[in-house]
Design a protein around this ligand. Structure first.
Ligand code: AMP
Ligand code: MN
Ligand code: MN
Ligand code: MN
Length: 276
């Protein structure tokens, strides 16, 4: 079975509309699919409608921005009730901070000799509530300040980079609480991307379990093959269920297209084990 439980549409920082992402997942052979836009549920109705019309199994999803020990961690929520009040209010609160942060990011870029980046990035954000670093990165590439998206992050936008604006997103307790309160399962997204010490990782996993988290992404477009094995081991050690997702944003960006995620190691318990 081909499972892809992590990807983005124009409702956050993806470039394809929810229905187009659904059709692409189906065309690429995905059997069980979730759309997981950043801090936003608005694409789910269209995604579900298209998935169902194509006969592809659909799971609701969201990727919530969290600040933990001074760094951003992404928590994917799967199989949530998209109408749940606390979840919707919590996400609205996170989205509120993005506009102010975008202006601050533009100020920093201006000081680095790149004027008008807020105005430049905004047209890339089909959902202006969800203006993100990715939209700034696309602007920087389009205007020739950088040759590719990764360079825009490496040179300017990455955590701690010269145009980075530190954020206080949600707390881990709140994000996991909103997800489980909406009937969903909370998953640590792409653990291989976080800049924590081994001791901090252990503390993150313990804290996540303590507040009701149940799974981690093992197979993701953000991991190298070595990291597939590394986080499979973490799943075994902590008793986490395992998840899989391409983290697809655009046909021209990222390592994996929809449906290209390698299968999970057979001994791990898939987070979707009782959804099929
Ligand atoms: P934001 O939520 O505005 O902080 O933007 C985060 C998004 O930027 C992530 O979801 C990725 O799509 C992208 N991103 C973050 N860091 C990097 C990086 N180092 N390289 C490429 N893309 C990145
Ligand atoms: Mn993203
Ligand atoms: Mn992420
Ligand atoms: Mn993502």
């Amino acid at each position: 079975m081909n499972v892809d439980l992590h990807c983005h549409s124009t409702m956050s920082d993806g470039v394809l509309e929810p229905a187009v992402v659904a059709a692409r997942a189906h065309a690429n052979g995905v059997d069980l699919w979730a759309l997981t836009d950043h801090d936003e549920l608005a694409g789910l109705a269209e995604a579900r409608q298209t998935a169902e019309s194509l006969g592809m199994r659909f799971v609701t999803g969201v990727e919530i921005s969290v600040t933990w020990a001074g760094h951003t961690v992404h928590i994917v929520g799967l199989n949530v009730d998209e109408h749940n009040k606390a979840l919707n209010e919590g996400l609205a609160g996170i989205r509120n901070g993005r506009a102010i942060r975008a202006h601050e990011m533009a100020d920093k870029l201006e000081a680095l000799g790149i004027p008008n980046s807020y105005e430049g990035a905004l047209p890339y954000a089909a959902n202006p509530d969800l203006i993100s670093r990715t939209h700034f990165a696309r602007f920087l590439v389009q205007e020739g300040y950088c040759s590719k998206l990764q360079e825009a992050f490496d040179k300017y936008l990455k955590d701690g980079g010269p145009a980075y604006v530190p954020m206080h997103w949600s707390t881990l307790d709140d994000a996991v609480g909103w997800i489980t309160g909406a009937g969903g399962r909370a998953v640590i997204a792409h653990p291989g991307r976080y800049d924590y010490t081994p001791m901090q990782f252990d503390a993150l996993y313990d804290h996540f379990l303590h507040v009701g988290g149940v799974a981690i992404e093992v197979m993701t477009g953000s991991h190298t093959p070595d990291q597939y094995a590394q986080y499979a081991t973490v799943a075994r050690q902590y008793g986490f269920m395992a998840s899989s997702g391409s983290d697809f944003h655009s046909p021209r960006e990222g390592k994996l297209d929809l449906g290209e995620v390698p299968p999970l190691p057979a001994d791990l318990k898939p987070v979707w084990h009782d959804w099929i």
